[in-house]
Design a protein around this ligand. Structure first.
Ligand SMILES: [Zn+2]
Length: 161
């Protein structure tokens, strides 16, 4: 078991954070952006970057090659829909995607939008960690958090269509 401290300061013990999120044990701050038969998407508000989405499988698995055919189809379809929504409602031109199979959670893909300010941290994969840390440590002001919430609402609305 691991103890997760929520944004409101409450501590929750979970076996797997992804399972807790997709099963509704933990409600992601900002809510569920979109849900399909096999996947669940939310914004990780710990990193206040508008449109940063975590897409997690509902089933507890670690690796891409464990996905069933139905899950693979659902995955690429919803990933593409979220990408399109990021472009259409948030004007996001580029997204970095990554997932790691040795996570302590389960299968989840990060969709990290690129914004102009990020290029001061460099380009490509080596800039991702500094960008995330900068967002977490320096961008948690009310105005930016409001932007993030508006982005969540806009994506959620767009993905209902
Ligand atoms: Zn899990």
């Amino acid at each position: 078991m691991r103890t997760i401290t929520m944004a409101n300061g409450e501590a929750v013990e979970v076996e797997c954070l992804s399972c807790a999120l997709v099963n509704g044990v933990i409600e992601p701050e900002g809510g569920v952006v979109v849900e399909t038969e096999h996947f669940h998407a939310h914004q990780d508000v710990a990193y206040p970057i508008p449109g940063l989405i975590i897409l997690a499988s509902k089933r507890h698995l670690k690796s891409l090659d464990e996905l069933t055919e139905a899950e693979r189809l659902d995955y690429i379809t919803i990933l593409s829909k979220i990408r399109k929504a990021q472009r259409e409602v948030l004007g996001i031109e580029s997204v970095y995607y990554f997932y790691n199979e040795d996570t302590t959670h389960h299968f989840h893909t990060w969709m990290v939008p690129r914004y102009g300010w990020m290029y001061e941290f460099g380009r490509s994969v080596e800039s991702v960690r500094p960008v995330l840390l900068h967002a977490r440590n320096e961008m948690n002001d009310d105005a930016n958090v409001r932007n993030v919430r508006q982005a969540i609402a806009a994506l959620t609305e767009e993905l209902k269509r």
